[in-house]
Design a protein around this ligand. Structure first.
Ligand SMILES: [Zn+2]
Length: 335
């Protein structure tokens, strides 16, 4: 009788421990944002984890918004101009700082020699947090000199760790977040180990992010980072370095409508039209189908010669099998 009671008490205690441990043990639907920004407005999920072992890629939802061997998610901001403005990287859950690095310069990796320069320090400036129960989160590519925590610090969910940068192996400014359980990466979008593969249509899973955040981060479809009218051709590298180009004026040498995208897929086409002040079509183009998926991309169309002042309406579409999957129109005044 006494033995039975002790066992019962022990089982009860274990059950209570399990009940306490399981929500925070898995962090399911508990994670907050890894940065102080609004997804789809001033930050964008550009790469998911790669769930396909070996060569080839498959993102969380069996798409192509990832790259080979990627073990976390990349939440980008538009440009290095936003890095200079300062966007906080934040703890996704309460935890303790286990390690950090700072002092690596913010330099976009564009060439082989850029990549060689950051060999062994791929993460750049980063922070590693312990959350208990074998759960860890790691934050990478932070802005040089921005890390504000030190080893052993207790942090609360939402606390600032540093700022988004482009240190280490970064071709665009972003924070990379890896979530690990007992040292193995988990997909924060599905809560599953990467080894379980992608989530097929119709299958359900429990994200580690709280539901509103998981929804806002999306599932990897094409997104528009910006559009506008400029006075000349728009270069992708210039967009990443400086953000949107200056608006066209009546004194510009040309009038060019530009769009800036992430997560385009193989076969997508980009349509751009500009309707002029008199209501006539000023310029209109439909691109060829993309020969491969593009993590980030820019496109433009326009005409030589100084534009007539007035109101121009620009429309941008991304089409899959000639069906628009993204469409935006905006008026611009050229003065
Ligand atoms: Zn990454």
């Amino acid at each position: 009788m006494i033995v039975a009671s002790l066992t019962t008490i022990r089982n009860l205690a274990l059950a209570m421990l399990a009940a306490l441990a399981s929500p925070s043990g898995s962090l399911a639907q508990e994670l907050g944002m890894p940065a102080q920004c609004a997804p789809g407005k001033d930050c964008f999920l550009q790469n998911f984890v790669d769930t396909l072992p070996g060569e080839g890629v498959s993102d969380s939802f069996c798409g192509t918004a990832t790259y080979d061997g990627h073990d976390g998610i990349d939440l980008r901001i538009r440009s290095m101009a936003d890095v200079r403005r300062g966007v906080a990287v934040t703890a996704v859950a309460d935890g303790v700082v286990n390690g950090l690095r700072d002092g690596v310069p913010d330099r976009l990796v564009e060439t082989e020699s850029d990549a060689a320069a950051v060999a062994g320090i791929d993460c750049g400036n980063g922070v590693l947090l312990d959350h208990g129960n074998g759960m860890q989160t790691q934050y990478c590519h932070m802005r040089q000199g921005s890390v504000v925590v030190k080893k052993g610090d207790q942090v609360k969910r939402g606390d600032k760790l540093g700022e988004i940068g482009a240190s280490g192996m970064a071709a665009f400014p972003h924070v990379h977040l890896t979530v690990r359980k007992d040292g193995k990466p988990l997909d924060p979008m599905t809560g599953r180990p990467l080894s379980e593969g992608c989530l097929k249509d119709g299958a359900s899973a429990t994200p580690l992010f709280e539901p509103g955040i998981a929804e806002a981060l999306g599932k990897g479809g094409p997104k528009l980072l910006g559009l506008g009218l400029a006075g000349g051709p728009v270069d992708y590298d210039a967009l990443v370095a400086d953000g949107a180009p200056p608006a066209a004026t009546a004194g510009s040498a040309n009038l060019v409508g530009w769009g800036w995208f992430v997560n385009l897929r193989r076969g997508d086409r980009i349509y751009i039209s500009i309707v002029g002040p008199n209501g006539d079509i000023f310029a209109e183009t439909m691109s060829e189908a993309l020969d491969r998926s593009k993590a980030a991309y820019s496109s433009f169309t326009g005409k030589r010669g100084s534009p007539k002042p007035g109101r121009y309406e620009m429309t941008i579409k991304v089409l899959e099998n000639m069906t628009p999957v993204l469409q935006q129109s905006q008026d611009f005044t050229v003065e």
